[in-house]
Ligand binder design. Structure first.
Ligand code: MN
Length: 373
């Protein structure tokens, strides 16, 4: 009975995801995925447990199971959060979950138990393993010497690294993303821990959560905890997002048509209806395009840093964030970063039916230094 329901659910989920994929493929609004129903549930469960709002927690636990979280995943959420709000809240959460499961069993609902944590294969001391996990999360090498609070009270350092980042984080019942969603929910619920919220929101971005998903997160904080908690979390999130590029950087490109290190994120592919294509191009200092022209013209919208546009035979034009350039059809030109600054622009190719860029030779170091001095 349970299995059949589960199969129907899977077929439904597949059907819905195929449908929404088609929608996205047609409209191509953006790639900002939303939090999945199970991720939304994780946020609500963690926030309500940390707050000790057990009656609303019951509703959230039921919703989490309905959204497809396994019993073991929810247990793991309730255990993980003790590191951030203490055993009493964690244990009250687990006890509430036991009640919910009993009630559901009495109604004949059978929930999925889910997998247990795998055995740890990692070698090395627990301290080093925790340090490694922390490095992966923060994308920063961990300092060799202690500073700040951990120099002041050094015993907290092995507790954090060995227990939180090794013992807890190495358990693969939840992904790092799911664990961080638990963490930011709990920190938002307890309040007064803005520096920790700031670092964990940055970790969320490192792990690939998008600004849209994090704004969705604060929306769930509002609906589960209230406006006060949401405002505090939103304030920290807004500060964090100010330091993040507006558009994703994309992948490093290897092309003989560019000099230096350049990243590209295509956003709108060429199509027969709008006759345009556009992408975000990020140039490291000194990086630039070769000389080229566009049969259909091009628009550049500068989003970051300092760079130049130069049409052949004319002086180079300095470009900063907020500037734009309209490049007429077939005008030979180059664009790229200043010698001392990164530079990013959205490049919009127009009238794409008239053909792609026509490339010629590189902008020599001499030409570049002459134009950008
Ligand atoms: Mn161009």
């Amino acid at each position: 009975m349970g299995k059949i329901k589960f199969k129907i659910l899977i077929v439904l989920i597949l059907a819905i995801s195929c449908f929404s994929f088609t929608l996205n493929a047609q409209n191509k609004p953006n790639e900002n995925m939303t939090l999945s129903p199970s991720e939304q549930s994780i946020v609500a469960i963690a926030a309500l447990t940390a707050k000790g709002d057990l009656s609303n927690l019951k509703t959230a636990l039921n919703a989490g199971l309905e959204a497809g979280l396994s019993i073991n995943q929810i247990k793991e959420v309730l255990v993980h959060l003790y590191a951030y709000c203490g055993f009493p809240r964690s244990i009250r959460g687990l006890q509430t979950f036991m009640e919910v499961l009993d009630e559901r069993k009495a109604k004949g609902i059978s929930d999925i138990t889910g997998t247990e944590a795998s055995l740890i294969q990692e070698k090395g001391s627990k301290y080093d393993r925790g340090k490694k996990v922390l490095g992966e999360l923060t994308q920063m090498p961990q300092p060799a010497t202690l500073s700040g609070y951990s120099a002041f009270a050094p015993i907290i350092d092995p507790f954090l690294k060995e227990h939180l980042f090794a013992d807890i984080f190495e358990r693969d019942v939840l992904t790092y993303v799911e664990r961080e969603l638990v963490t930011i929910s709990v920190i938002s619920a307890i309040g007064g821990a803005e520096p920790m919220l700031r670092s964990h929101l940055n970790i969320c971005l490192n792990l690939g959560l998008t600004p849209t998903q994090l704004n969705e997160f604060t929306g769930i904080i509002k609906s589960t905890l209230g406006e006060k908690e949401e405002k505090e979390a939103q304030k920290v999130l807004n500060e964090v997002l100010k330091t993040v590029p507006i558009f994703p950087k994309g992948e490093k490109i290897t092309s003989k048509n560019f000099s230096g290190t350049v990243y590209l994120k295509m956003m709108g592919a060429s199509d027969t209806a709008l006759h345009t294509s556009f992408g975000n191009v990020t140039f490291e200092p000194k990086a630039r395009t070769n000389w080229h022209s566009h049969p259909g013209g091009q628009i550049l919208l500068i989003t970051e840093g300092k760079g130049y546009y130069q049409a052949k035979g004319e002086p180079a034009q300095l470009l900063c964030q907020g500037d734009f350039v309209e490049i007429p059809r077939n005008v030979v030109h180059w664009h790229g970063a200043a010698p001392d600054s990164e530079f990013a622009h959205i490049a919009v190719s127009l009238n794409t039916d008239d053909g792609g860029a026509v490339w010629s030779g590189p902008v020599t170091d001499e030409e570049y230094s002459q134009s950008t001095k």
